[in-house]
Design a protein around this ligand. Structure first.
Ligand code: HAM
Length: 434
């Protein structure tokens, strides 16, 4: 047992794992840019009140999962690590007067989030999200555009068949009456409810609808559906989101039990699930409209919509389908060339030449150990370098040996031409296992 370990629920991403993350981050960045979203970075910690007010005091995320930072005695503010990006982004929108920018303001972020959750597969205390937010557009067209963007991201990442679950959770005009009706529905059946759900009844009754407790299935099957209790404006909004999704060819399933775990949502709510896994498994991503959030955080009333896609869960799903990254993938970082020499002590010349090659844009490494040429060549071959640049007696005449380690051939090359030769050769070949 090592003395120190990464904190429970957090992970190290090792060099053979990070290429998958880099690929997804690049894909996300590029896709969001194509749809007109621009990168924003907000601090990983905020005043705790941003989340208490934004995400909601009675949500699991704030009540149980917030990583609060012990305040220093000289500070009167209390902070928390961000459990999600939307509240911080909206705080920044208000703080920087983005309501005076052309609307909607379309923002994207990729970064780690923190929730003090019970760790299990796909559920971590530090996890990564790809987030997009369109602030200042009441929809419904942008709702469909954002759902289509999320679906496309999964497909481009190599995870086909991701299902979209869609619902409307109403707005302040129609939700209160529905919540009252739903509460009395559950109160009438209080004896059938598991204790945890009975406890939530008075605080966050909507969450009972998407309870994963099997004992709730029968009670929920006959519960009143929010989609039967929407006001005209919300019902029209939902119809129009659906018409736009149909026109874009995005398939989805209406799921009246989908309620989301954050309080800021109004109207459109959606989640992404791996095919055939909805219900039993955690969502791969989710989002929705939050038309009251800007005002709640001190801005003018402004509508907004966005999603968060969990990259950890996406990578797990990709690994389930395509296999895990192996340590062998380490060799994808193989240098194009390793500079080795017949004189074991001459690290100066080897390092100088490798430095020149790097300056010319070539991935090169010098053998910095003082060992025999044969050993130097062995280690270059073991790390799947494509070429060995061999320094020997011909160096006096400005020549080096260029050995193609994969083809097993060797020729003399003037030092002055070395970078050009390597560039040409490495462009026309593959090197390493990449
Ligand atoms: P969320 O549903 O709480 O929404 O999180 C979005 C996604 O983050 C989840 O679907 C899941 O993939 C991932 N996720 C959440 N918690 C964990 C965890 N403990 N471990 C691993 N992955 C996790 C939001 O955060 C909203 N801010 C989405 C949004 C953006 N709505 C509007 N704009």
């Amino acid at each position: 047992m090592p003395t120190f370990r990464a904190p429970r629920g957090t992970r190290d991403l090792l060099p053979h794992e990070t290429p998958r993350w880099t690929r997804l981050a690049r894909l996300a960045d590029e896709l969001a840019a194509r749809y007109g979203y621009r990168r924003i970075e907000t601090p990983m910690l905020e005043q705790a009140a941003v989340f208490e007010r934004g995400v909601g005091e009675a949500t699991d995320i704030v009540e149980k999962e917030l990583f609060r930072i012990a305040p220093r005695t000289e500070e009167s503010e209390s902070w928390a690590l961000r459990p999600e990006p939307t509240a911080g982004i909206v705080r920044a929108y208000v703080q920087h007067g983005m309501q005076t920018w052309p609307q909607p303001v379309k923002l994207t972020m990729i970064g780690p989030m923190f929730r003090y959750d019970r760790p299990q597969a796909g559920r971590y205390r530090q996890f990564w999200q790809f987030d997009v937010e369109a602030i200042g557009d009441p929809g419904p067209a942008v709702d469909a555009e954002i759902i289509e963007l999320g679906s496309r991201f999964y497909a481009d990442a190599g995870l086909g068949g991701v299902e979209v679950l869609l619902n409307s959770i109403g707005d302040p005009a129609c939700r209160p009456a529905y919540v009252t009706g739903l509460t009395s529905y559950y109160r009438d059946r209080a004896d059938d409810l598991p204790p945890l759900e009975r406890d939530r009844l008075g605080r966050n009754v909507l969450r009972l609808l998407d309870s994963k407790d099997p004992a709730m299935a029968a009670v929920n099957a006959t519960a009143p559906k929010i989609t039967d209790h929407l006001c005209d404006a919300c019902a029209e909004h939902l119809e129009s989101v659906r018409a736009h999704l149909d026109a874009l060819g995005v398939s989805y399933r209406l799921e009246p039990g989908l309620v989301r775990g954050l309080d800021y949502y109004t109207r459109t709510a959606f989640e992404f699930y791996a095919h055939g896994r909805e219900g039993q498994q955690q969502a791969l991503g989710g989002g929705g409209r939050y038309d009251g959030l800007v005002e709640l955080l001190g801005g003018r009333p402004t509508p907004g919509i966005g999603f968060g896609i969990g990259l950890d869960r996406l990578i797990l799903a990709l690994e389930e389908r395509h296999g895990a990254a192996s340590v062998a993938e380490l060799s994808s970082a193989a240098p194009v060339a390793v500079v080795v020499g017949a004189n074991p002590d001459d690290t100066v010349t080897r390092l100088r030449i490798a430095t020149e090659l790097r300056g010319a844009g070539i991935a090169a490494r010098a053998e910095l150990g003082q060992r025999r040429l044969g050993k130097q060549l062995d280690s270059a071959a073991r790390e799947h370098a494509h070429f060995a640049v061999i320094l020997g007696d011909e160096l006096a005449n400005g020549q080096v040996g260029l050995r193609d380690l994969q083809a097993g051939t060797q020729r003399a090359v003037p030092l002055a031409d070395l970078a050009r030769e390597l560039k040409r050769a490495s462009e026309s070949h593959h090197h390493g296992l990449a």
